[in-house]
Design a protein around this ligand. Structure first.
Ligand code: DX5
Ligand code: ZN
Length: 216
């Protein structure tokens, strides 16, 4: 079944806890937590103290942390301590990939690896067996509300085929411009975990929006 991870980047930060609870109650499977450092991507978002607060307020939620930062390895421990359930970092970051995956696992957390729209699927293949999640970006990371890039569909197909051939089934997550039209295309291509910001928090009826995205 398709799972949905709403990106809180699109939430109303003046009532973040309430919005997260609403999303979970409306059928969201987890919360997508977008961390930006103004260096790996040209934007800043939020970080450790915000995750700490959310985790304290909603301890049972699964926190799907997406690090769009230059040196993810340096922050693994702090994010795990703050409540991360899965930490996804970018293969294009400056941290050594294997060492970062190992550090995430050693801290007792699930590990995900992400590729930007211009990075080929081959970049994640050497690590595939060790990953709980692979994140295919369908926009250039940095901002919510951008247009879906169809190049993600081919990558999801390739990843799905590769996982099937290897007999493994990590989450295949897609992030950026996912809505009621592009979401089903991603699922068709092999995604089993959709990230959606605007298409969840931007809607007045969150429950209907989530049901539509999960194709319920
Ligand atoms: C982009 C972020 C996304 C973004 C998705 O850098 O990683 O998670 O918030 O937002 P929408 O769904 O609005 O494209
Ligand atoms: Zn994200």
């Amino acid at each position: 079944m398709t799972q949905l991870s709403p990106s809180i980047l699109a939430a109303d930060f003046t009532r973040l806890g309430e919005q997260c609870r609403d999303a979970l109650q409306a059928g969201a499977d987890m919360l997508h937590f977008d961390v930006m450092d103004g260096h790996f991507v040209p934007n800043l978002s939020f970080g450790i103290p915000v995750l700490q607060s959310l985790h304290k307020a909603i301890p049972d939620a699964f926190y799907d942390v997406h690090l769009m930062i230059t040196d993810p390895l340096a922050y693994v421990e702090a994010f795990v301590k703050a409540g991360a359930s899965c930490i996804t970092f970018h293969v294009e970051s400056d941290s050594p990939v294997q060492q970062t995956i190992d550090a995430i696992h050693a801290a007792g957390c699930k590990a995900g690896l992400s590729i930007k729209p211009g990075t080929p699927v081959e970049a994640v293949l050497p690590y595939l067996e060790q990953l709980e999640l692979v994140l295919v970006m369908s926009v250039e990371p940095g901002f919510g509300g951008q247009k879906f890039m169809p190049v993600a569909l081919e990558k999801l197909q390739a990843l799905k085929a590769e996982c099937e051939a290897r007999g493994i089934s990590p989450w295949l997550e897609v992030d950026g411009g996912v809505d009621a039209v592009t979401g089903p295309q991603c699922v068709q291509a092999g995604a089993n975990l959709l990230v959606a910001g605007s298409a969840v928090f931007g809607k007045s009826d969150m429950k209907a929006a989530i049901a539509e995205l999960k194709q319920l």
